[in-house]
Design a protein around this ligand. Structure first.
Ligand code: 9YW
Length: 447
């Protein structure tokens, strides 16, 4: 089909625009996730942002990750939001009520949950970029990698200690927001069992006012449940053990588990290089192996797709979303399963769908009932997810596949708006524009 969008930037012009987005979203202290919609630091956004920043200014990239880890909780958790003092976002720090949490950080306000553990991957990438960019950058990045390692290890240890309940071996989340894929249909069944109590304090959403079409955002019903889970955590005093045993939402997240396995691998490489304790390296190897086995063990016997598991009911969640391809990220599934997944990914149910503007995986298969091309994690394509797959495929030695995803990611974003997510058929940018992590992954692809 001809181009469905009026503007296409050349690669150098696109890179220059991406750099400007990161500069414009810099408050001086943090780079916000997006200019109006998300005026704070989000955990996995900061990881991707640092990768883009490393292409512009290695020092600034290091500062971003340092800021995030300065907010790490004393038990090891890296919080999903580090708040600035902007109050345009809801739920803000007062609603989270973490100020008195026993494990919370002292000088900064944060949310009380986490997000996917992609930070070791970011540190590795920043280091690799810095090494190519010059001797000073190289030294700074090496010092940084050595310094941040123990914090990354503590973060991984927290996930294992508190978030691997039961026998599935999957890393558990206690809120859909922890998955990073907030309203994905992956969570529909477990959310059905979340019943907001009458004690849910009233609230006013701010996101729907900032996005032109509320249909691109989660519904109010979904928000009631998101807020109810926060209420439960407040009541548990942010005691992790109580939260995990009592939360009405507890799901083994297969995508996070795959990311965790890869991040452990990376942390081992960094640890070996920088002489970290053999015992800690052995822990990481053990955690990575268990995570990989859990991902492989989740695969559906017919489709091969990896599945989340509702840990409250013990049921597998068969929703076919992008997370089903998790074994392709971290490896470890039997060869026949991997082949099935690769051919499914290439098929017209996913990247080979004839009507896609760019051949990169949408968040949900366009062939699946309930697929919604405009709504958030229920259909649109997300450039960061494409980046993760292309990074993982490169590491697995699948260079051609990695290149195709990178090219598709550029095709998707070359209109220069840096959308939060994209309508897969028209390429219309949706949600926020000038989204930092979109600009960051584009920079990484282009430099
Ligand atoms: C929210 C910032 C965040 C991402 C999440 C994404 C969205 C924010 O934006 O959540 O208020 O729900 O789902 O993955 O980190 O970009």
């Amino acid at each position: 089909p001809g181009d469905r969008r009026p503007v296409r930037f050349t690669e150098p012009a696109l890179a220059a625009r991406a750099a400007r987005v990161l500069r414009d979203n810099d408050t001086g202290a943090v780079i916000t996730a997006a200019p109006r919609l998300y005026p704070h630091m989000w955990s996995w956004d900061a990881a991707f942002i640092s990768i883009g920043l490393a292409r512009l200014d290695v020092q600034r990239a290091i500062a971003e990750l340092d800021t995030l880890f300065a907010a790490q909780w004393r038990n090891g958790m890296v919080p999903h939001i580090v708040f600035t003092d902007d109050d345009a976002y809801f739920p803000g720090p007062d609603r989270w009520g973490t100020d008195t949490a026993p494990d919370g950080p002292r000088n900064v306000r944060t949310s009380g949950i986490c997000q996917p553990p992609v930070h070791a991957i970011a540190v590795r990438r920043v280091l690799d970029i810095a090494r190519r960019s010059g001797p000073n950058d190289r030294l700074d990045a090496e010092r940084f990698a050595r310094r941040i390692w123990a914090k990354l290890y503590a973060w991984h240890r927290w996930l294992v200690e508190y978030r691997t309940p039961g026998s599935s071996g999957l890393i558990a989340i206690v809120h859909g927001w922890e998955s990073g894929m907030d309203n994905s249909p992956r969570w529909d069944v477990p959310y059905d069992a979340v019943h907001p109590g009458a004690a849910l304090p009233p609230y006013v959403r701010k996101d729907v006012r900032l996005v032109g079409d509320p249909g691109e955002r989660p519904t109010d019903r979904e928000y009631d449940r998101y807020l109810w889970l926060i209420e439960e955590m407040r009541r548990a005093g942010y005691d992790q053990r109580k939260i995990v045993s009592g939360s009405s939402f507890l799901v083994g997240d297969v995508f996070i588990t795959a990311l965790f396995a890869m991040s452990c691998d990376v942390l081992i490489e960094l640890g070996e290089e920088f002489g970290q304790e053999p015992e800690q390296l052995a822990d990481l190897a053990d955690w990575a192996a268990k995570a990989r086995a859990a991902v492989a063990g989740s695969c559906h016997s017919v489709s091969g797709m990896a599945r989340d598991r509702d840990l409250r009911t013990g049921r597998w969640l068969d929703t076919q979303t992008i997370a089903g391809f998790s074994p392709l990220l971290c490896g470890g599934a039997p060869d026949d399963v991997q082949l099935r997944l690769l051919s499914l990914l290439d098929s017209d149910r996913w990247c080979g769908h004839p009507d896609l503007l760019a051949p990169v995986p949408p968040s949900v298969s366009p062939m699946r009932p309930g697929f919604n091309p405009r709504q958030y994690w229920r259909g649109p394509q997300w450039p960061v997810v494409v980046w993760l797959f292309s990074w993982a495929f490169e590491r697995r030695g699948w260079h051609e596949r990695a290149r195709k995803l990178r090219d598709g990611g550029i095709r998707l974003t070359e209109d220069g708006s840096f959308g939060e997510y994209y309508e897969p058929f028209t390429g219309e940018p949706l949600g926020s524009t000038d989204q930092s992590w979109t600009a960051a992954v584009v920079l990484d692809w282009l430099c």
